[in-house]
Design a protein around this ligand. Structure first.
Ligand code: EPS
Length: 402
């Protein structure tokens, strides 16, 4: 089983991730990971931090001369702003006096950064986290619950993406289909759209829709607010049969839903036309199997998943994101220091994180699919996995040929 975990605080020295059971022989470099991280950083609606902070990647283990060894792969994404946070985020004890200085910047805000945060911000993990772990300073919660962690998900996701590409020719592409009230017209994404999606600052191929998305983000920013939306991830060239109906936790749709719902600010996951199907009669909801030169499906309402397995059609998942919780309009809360009514502190933040969320959702889908592929086709070397998968695809294709 391919397993992966992350560690690291938002303003800590670095994020660290480990992914294990990646087969040997996969071509991967730190440049590939840097490229993936660059895609996550861009996007309309991001805040100031993305402009000055840099992600510095080091591939610490599991890869030699550009090829995986089969051993655990450890990745570090260091935070270029660490010198400013060295004291406030120090692992070792610090002199309380050091928390009252401006870190040599002459900037009063640097002192503010060191102060204890006792007013949990609604929508964030702050309040339940402070209660659960008995923290008096919300920073002890927010540093880890922050979506900064998604940088490591994307770094690990790049390993999975290269694995899927090199073993199975599977490609994963995410785009934005809704920002606030503005929705893109229904349209099936194709692999040919990849360059246009990547070139768009709102990850949307249609210029008119992209303009509406930007206007929606601008409107939220002008009114001191934030805005959410929906991203859609499509995986192409997925063979039928990944996942299984035979046990609940092995179902691919369930694994995708868990992975996607775990992204910070995610509030809904939809597979295919799942929500529309709740209002559709069964006679029109399903994807009939027609036989021509080969068996094919004229529709893909199921989003490529039937019975908890991929069915050979493009896999389609949508993730709904709430407007991010760091709302410039201060929200009402409690000050846990004196248990009085207060206003939540706001420093700076993104107006909309839906655009990077499309890249993050791609990474999560890639990680789930890479695990499913290794489970089915073996996981010691890339070449053996590819040979096993090619033979399976040939065999199953022949069964669909009249
Ligand atoms: C985040 C809030 C912002 C984002 C951050 C995630 O940080 P800050 O409050 O320090 O301005 O910039 O995202 C990243 C650092 C990143 O790399 O995506 C949050 O609260 O989740």
């Amino acid at each position: 089983m391919m397993r992966w975990i992350t560690a690291g605080e938002s303003h800590g020295e670095a994020l660290v991730g480990i992914i294990e059971s990646v087969p040997a022989g996969l071509a991967i470099t730190s440049a590939d990971i840097e490229g993936a991280l660059a895609r996550r950083r861009t996007g309309y609606g991001r805040g100031a931090r993305q402009k000055f902070e840099q992600d510095r990647v080091r591939l610490l283990s599991g890869v030699r001369h550009g090829r995986t060894l089969g051993s655990p792969i450890a990745i570090e994404v260091a935070n270029s702003e660490w010198p400013k946070w060295r004291t406030v985020m120090s692992s070792d004890p610090v002199d309380p006096k050091d928390l009252m200085i401006d870190a040599g910047t002459g900037d009063e805000r640097e002192v503010a950064r060191n102060k204890r945060l006792t007013q949990p911000r609604p929508g964030h993990a702050d309040l339940p986290g402070m209660l659960k772990y008995a923290h008096e300073d919300a920073r002890n919660v927010l540093e880890r619950s922050s979506a900064r962690e998604t940088a490591m998900r994307v770094a690990l996701g790049e390993v999975a993406r290269q694995f899927l590409r090199q073993v199975a020719g599977i490609e994963v592409l995410g785009h934005v289909v809704q920002v606030g009230q503005e929705a893109a017209p229904a349209r099936q994404l194709t692999l040919g759209d990849a360059d246009a999606v990547n070139a768009s600052d709102v990850r949307c191929v249609d210029a008119a829709t992209a303009a509406r998305f930007r206007a929606e983000i601008d409107g939220a920013k002008r009114s001191g607010d934030t805005v959410g939306g929906v991203v859609e991830v499509v995986a192409f060239n997925v063979p039928a049969g990944l996942g299984t109906y035979t046990q609940w936790d092995q179902r691919l749709d369930g694994q995708l839903a868990q992975a996607l719902m775990s992204i910070q600010a995610a509030k809904s996951v939809e597979i295919g036309d799942g929500l529309t199907q709740t209002q559709t009669r069964g006679s029109r909801a399903h994807d009939e199997i027609l036989v021509d030169a080969r068996a094919y499906r004229p529709t893909n309402h199921a989003g490529g998943l039937e019975g908890g397995m991929s069915n050979g059609e493009p896999l389609v998942a949508r993730v709904g994101f709430k407007p991010i919780s760091t709302v410039p309009h201060a929200l009402r809360t409690i000050d846990l220091e004196n248990r009085t009514a207060a206003k939540a502190l706001h420093q700076r933040s993104d107006t909309c994180a839906v655009v990077p969320a499309a890249v993050i959702a791609e990474a999560m889908v890639a990680l789930v699919l890479a695990n499913a592929v290794t489970q089915m086709f073996g996981g010691t070397t890339v070449d053996r996995a590819r040979t096993a998968m090619d033979s399976y695809v040939r065999e199953t294709r022949a069964r669909l040929q009249p």
